[in-house]
Design a protein around this ligand. Structure first.
Ligand code: PLP
Length: 366
């Protein structure tokens, strides 16, 4: 069997930055090798820049994006505490499930899919929740939530409440400003706009979040206290072994972050914006109609209605077999009626957009 190089324009893993792929092939370092520890420290420092935070506890968790979600709830929720979750897609739903498993009394604020988070509705759902959670970039719908406005409103009412943001599909694709927005906890995933393979979950927690954390969460692996002593060093200035760090993945993330910061974060955001705008324009030329509400569309993940009479799976199959381009089906009840097209990280480029548009034009006969 031969593995072909596909253009991964779906919501799943994106094509990695070449620097990230090259780093995966470098000789392996031991997880306690001083050179690896230097790379790890520098990775955390680079993550702080990309997150827009000075949070000391900023680190890549070993696991995919969902592990960041799990760590966030595991370390902050005490049984019976009220957690309000904005649900405007699949990942808001997942947050409710995870928070509930850690004993939260979950108050879910449902929105129509395709619509952004309604700050007033979230605020009005409960007078004094201990934590409010929302997804910044809903990969299931292609919608951006205004996390800055949400965090400001929550903290205006109760400075003690925690705000948690899922930034799996936003980090290094659109602006994320953890400190400026006042977000207490956030997590991401490496496989989207960071342009690395799936496998790590960049995570950050504020001092306020840290002060409010559960001292001994019901999970050993995701106890941030133990994790943090390994990644960031313990109070005595040493490192406490916690688990064998996935050294190759961290080297790969380190390389991708270096590439992103060399290009310049604002320039990277602009590259995503331009690619997303051109895609929307080209889709309109093909008379395809966007799914996500105007004004809240993500440049890195575009959702579009499958035209009437067109077989979604057949078009996706032809894109894959004839052009090596993978785009995503819709999520949930939109599986057969919406397409999800990702332009993330290394894929946020006009040449990728033009290739996809030309292939779609041909397949749709437009
Ligand atoms: N949150 C969002 C917004 C996502 O898009 C995803 C994955 O696509 C996740 C969470 C879960 O991440 P993972 O699949 O890497 O565990």
């Amino acid at each position: 069997m031969s593995l072909v190089q596909r253009s991964l324009l779906g919501p799943g893993p994106s094509n990695p930055y070449p620097e990230a792929t090259a780093a995966l092939g470098a000789p392996l370092l031991g997880h306690l090798d001083p050179e690896f520890l230097r790379i790890l420290d520098e990775t955390c420092e680079r993550l702080r820049t990309v997150w827009g935070t000075a949070n000391r506890r900023t680190l890549p968790l070993s696991g995919t994006g969902s592990i960041g979600m799990e760590a966030a709830f595991a370390n902050t929720v005490r049984p019976g505490e009220v957690v309000v979750v904005a649900v405007n897609g699949l990942f808001g739903e997942r947050m409710c499930d995870v928070a509930g498993r850690y004993g939260a009394e979950v108050v879910r604020v449902d929105h129509e899919w395709g619509r952004p988070v309604d700050v007033d509705a979230v605020l009005g759902a409960h007078p004094n929740p201990s934590l409010v959670a929302a997804v910044h970039a809903e990969t299931s719908t292609g919608v951006r939530g205004d996390i800055g406005a949400l965090a400001a409103a929550v903290h205006d009412r109760d400075p003690d409440a925690l705000v948690l943001a899922d930034c799996v599909t936003s980090l290094a694709g659109i602006e994320v400003a953890i400190d400026e927005w006042g977000v207490d906890l956030a997590y991401s995933g490496t496989q989207k706009c960071l342009g690395v393979a799936p496998g790590l979950s960049p995570f950050t927690i504020s001092e306020h979040g840290w002060a409010r954390r559960v001292p001994k969460p019901p999970t050993w692996y995701l106890d941030l206290g133990m994790f943090g002593d390994y990644v960031g060093g313990n109070a005595a200035g040493g490192r406490t072994y916690h688990h064998t760090a996935p050294v190759a993945m961290i080297a790969s993330l380190h390389a991708a972050l270096g590439r992103i910061l060399d290009e310049g974060l604002p320039q990277v955001w602009q590259r995503h914006r331009e690619a997303g705008e051109r895609l929307l324009e080209g889709l309109a030329e093909l008379e395809l109609v966007p799914f996500a509400e105007e004004g809240s569309r993500l440049p890195e993940l575009t959702t579009v209605w499958v035209p009437d009479g067109v077989d979604s799976a057949q078009v996706r199959g032809r894109l894959l077999s004839e052009y090596d381009i993978e785009i995503g089906a819709g999520a949930g009840k939109y599986a057969a009626t919406v397409w999800r097209i990702g332009l993330m990280g290394h894929n946020a480029r006009l040449d990728r957009v033009e290739l996809l548009l030309a292939a779609l034009r041909r397949i749709l006969g437009r």
